[in-house]
Structures are given as structure tokens and as C-alpha cells.
Design a protein around this ligand. Structure first.
Ligand SMILES: NC(=O)c1ccc[n+]([C@@H]2O[C@H](COP(=O)([O-])OP(=O)(O)OC[C@H]3O[C@@H](n4cnc5c(N)ncnc54)[C@H](OP(=O)(O)O)[C@@H]3O)[C@@H](O)[C@H]2O)c1
Length: 295
């Protein structure tokens, strides 16, 4: 078997067209486009390319963006004040704090300064709580939850494979707050039976080998061997490791493609969709705020 590739671009393109129309409608309704504020501290070189992609994507869809670039030596109190100012600004719909932030700033504490209705990465405790409070996929959509972008990208890409998760065994390798855990919850909301693995899991190969749907979000290039993959599985690889000028996923792509039915490429799979789901949340946040203010 040679896996069919689950590329992010087709779904991303169609979503961006839809978001463009919604952004134009918002601009007509309230006189201003949806507005995303990005706070970037210290100019981390690894983040610059993603930062540019976010700004380009905003332009493409008709979302206004403001980049607040701060020096690495800034105090936490000053960042907190900026977030509070943007939080209170009626012209700002979404706020993101670009990661990583330089030591000794505490990213978890700073993120909590973002008001939940403007937290378009869906990473505040309040938004994660809203996500976990909903049991079904439909309920999550109906409640207009701001879902963490990478998790949303992974699961929407898996749905493109037209292999319904209901009743299937989904294995998520990685349990981070922003990727692994919310992905596991989304797959459970689609009635998959979910196992979450992590660095202390014994015999990872056994779990991977039983996965009808496999999600890898470890950040360890090639740590998941292709020979472990269950024949016919749907494999979503969120991992990105930069090595020797190349971007590598967590799954050994060549051997995995010989066994899986569907596989997301790295690069070109989950990555492009993640930025699109950031725009998705920004437009959703703007629509929610506009409904509140215009009634
Ligand atoms: N495509 C995108 O747009 C996008 C967005 C965000 C992140 N990413 C990528 O996704 C990957 C994961 O990101 P993250 O933020 O979730 O990373 P993270 O916070 O470092 O979490 C990594 C997770 O993997 C687990 N893990 C590490 N080594 C393992 C091993 N050998 N076996 C099993 N589990 C292992 C860790 O277990 P413990 O909990 O036990 O430590 C942890 O739960 C990274 O490559 C990142 O660059 C991609």
C-alpha cells in the first residue's frame, strides 16, 4: 500500500475563501475588518518565518493585523500592560502571544492576561475549559469554542480522509496543552476511542501498531517508526523539527507511507492549515464580538 497524501493546502484554500467572504461581511456590517494583534518578544529567529506567514495570511483573507515587536529584555509587567491595553481596545478582536517568549518571562502567566473572547489560539484556561465542557463535535461548533489551532487543523485534516473516527482507535502521541490534549478531546468528541501516549509510555510501538488513526505531536524527528504503523491507518504528523535546512516530521515518512492509507506530509500537511485556523478563530471572535455590540 502507498499512502495517499493528506495535504493541508486544498482545505486551507477553501477555508480561506470562506473566511474572506465572512471578513468582508464583517467589514460591511461594522465598518472595520476583523483585527488580529500579534505580540512578538525578542525576535526568536525560528519564529520569524511563521510570523511572516501569519501576517501574509491576514492580508490574503482581509484581516487587519498589528505586530507589536518587543525587546527580549522587557519586563513581564510591561507585557502584561500591553496585553491589558489590547484586551480593552474595542478595535482589536484577537490577540496572540508568539512563542517562545524569552526567559525569564512566564508564557503561561502572560497568556492568562488575554481576555478569553480575544484568545484566538484557544489556549487560556477559560477557553480550554469551554472546549472540554463540550462532549460532541457538533456541540463544540454550536458553542463557537475557540479551539487550539493545531488541534483543529489535525482533526479537520483527518476528516478529509473520509474515514469516520467513530468507533475507531485513535492514538495521540504527545500530551501538550496546545496540541496533544485538545486533539485527543476532539477525536473523542467524534466518538473515537482515544489513547494518549507520552514520554513515559512503555512500549510505544504497541500502541502505535493498534492505531486506526495516529496523531504524532512529539517534536522528535522520525521517533515514530514507519514499521510500527498499522496497515491502512490514517496518520497525521504535526511534528516539525528543523535539521540541516530540512523540516522533518515525527514519523519516518517513507516506511510509514508503505503501510498507512493516508498520511500528512511534512512540510505541507498540518502546518499550512494551522495558520488558517488562527484566521478562522479571529473571524469567529470578531463575529461573536460584533453580535454582542450590534445585537
Ligand atoms: N504544524 C504546526 O502548525 C505545529 C504547531 C504547534 C506545534 N507543532 C509541532 O508539534 C510538535 C509538538 O509540539 P508541542 O508544542 O505539543 O510539544 P511539547 O509541548 O514539547 O510536547 C511534546 C509531547 O511529546 C511527548 N514526547 C516527547 N518525547 C516523546 C517520546 N520519545 N515518546 C513519546 N512521547 C514523547 C512529551 O511527553 P511528556 O508530556 O511526558 O513530556 C509531550 O507530551 C513539535 O514538533 C512542534 O514544533 C506544529
Amino acid at each position: 500500500m502507498t499512502a495517499q497524501l493528506l495535504r493541508g493546502k486544498p482545505l486551507s484554500d477553501s477555508l480561506r475563501r470562506e473566511l474572506g467572504a465572512r471578513a468582508r461581511q464583517l467589514t460591511e456590517d461594522r465598518g472595520t475588518p476583523p483585527h488580529l494583534a500579534i505580540i512578538a518578544i525578542g525576535g526568536d529567529p525560528g519564529s520569524q518565518v511563521y510570523l511572516r506567514k501569519k501576517l501574509e495570511a491576514c492580508r490574503e483573507v482581509g484581516v487587519e493585523s498589528t505586530l507589536e515587536s518587543l525587546p527580549a529584555a522587557i519586563t513581564e509587567a510591561k507585557v502584561w500592560r500591553l496585553i491589558s491595553k489590547l484586551g480593552a481596545d474595542p478595535d482589536v478582536d484577537g490577540i496572540i502571544l508568539d512563542m517562545p517568549v524569552p526567559v525569564p518571562l512566564d508564557p503561561a502567566r502572560l497568556v492568562e492576561a488575554i481576555p478569553a473572547e480575544k484568545d484566538v489560539e484557544g489556549v487560556t484556561a477559560q477557553n480550554l475549559g469551554r472546549l472540554y465542557a463540550q462532549k460532541s463535535w457538533e456541540a463544540i461548533k454550536k458553542a463557537e469554542v475557540l479551539v487550539p489551532c493545531t488541534a483543529n487543523a489535525i482533526v479537520n485534516l483527518i476528516l478529509e480522509a473520509k474515514v469516520p473516527p467513530a468507533g475507531r482507535h485513535a492514538v495521540v502521541v504527545g500530551r501538550s496543552t496546545i496540541v496533544g490534549r485538545p486533539t485527543a478531546h476532539l477525536l473523542s468528541s467524534l466518538d473515537a476511542t482515544v489513547t494518549v501516549c507520552h514520554s513515559r509510555t512503555k512500549d510505544l510501538a504497541r500502541y502505535v501498531g493498534d492505531a486506526d488513526i495516529l496523531v504524532c505531536a512529539l517534536g522528535r524527528a522520525g521517533a515514530v517508526k514507519g514499521s510500527w504503523v498499522k496497515p491502512g491507518a490514517v496518520v497525521a504528523d504535526a511534528g516539525i523539527t528543523s535539521a540541516g535546512g530540512q523540516l522533518l516530521g515525527d514519523v519516518e515518512a517513507g516506511p510509514a507511507a508503505e503501510r498507512a492509507a493516508w498520511l500528512t506530509p511534512v512540510p505541507g500537511g498540518v502546518g499550512p492549515l494551522t495558520v488558517t485556523f488562527l484566521l478562522y478563530n479571529t473571524v469567529l471572535a470578531a463575529e461573536r464580538r460584533t453580535r454582542k455590540t450590534l445585537g
